[in-house]
Design a protein around this ligand. Sequence first.
Ligand code: FMN
Length: 172
Amino acid sequence: MEAIENILTRRSIRKFKQEKVAEKQIETVLKAAMYAPSARNEQPWHFIVIDDSRLKEQIKQAHPHAKMLSDSPAAILVCGDKNLELSPDYWPVDCAAATQNILLAAHAIGLGTVWLGIHPRTERKKAIREIFGLPDNIEPFSLVAIGMPDEEKEVPERFRPDRIKRNRWEEY
Ligand SMILES: Cc1cc2nc3c(=O)[nH]c(=O)nc-3n(C[C@H](O)[C@H](O)[C@H](O)COP(=O)(O)O)c2cc1C
């Protein structure tokens, strides 16, 4: 799929078919994640691939907006590693770029995804930390539910020319 079309047609998918996601597809989206830009190229990320339904149930208890995990055959937990940071406090920005690459790569190969926010919600982070036994230097950032889409969504109109300025803020 052409790159711009891929960006514009990606939508959050919350209904999934039961089909499994192939290991090769998971590898493709994780490779895309690892090619995201990061501050000073620090690449401070780790990814936990989740396909255990008991774990998905535990996450659902810990996250208020994660009901679709019952359907999604897999999920990816994106984590930042504070020990790998070269530029302090940039890990969430780097992990956001990696998360977006996962969504776009998955869409390009016919998979559906939805980004579930974890950082900066302290109570979600605490619960996820406990479920996965994360060490202190590892920060859970986002969870991506992933699978074959079982819903289709229109492309909404989001282009807002009024949000664009040229050279300076004031209109004159
Ligand atoms: C930081 C962040 C956190 C989000 N958290 C959730 C979530 O917890 N549950 C959910 O169903 N969708 C979540 N979303 C998806 C948004 O609801 C979705 O991206 C937004 O409504 C725009 O729709 P689109 O992705 O189809 O373009 C999150 C998205 C972002 C970027």
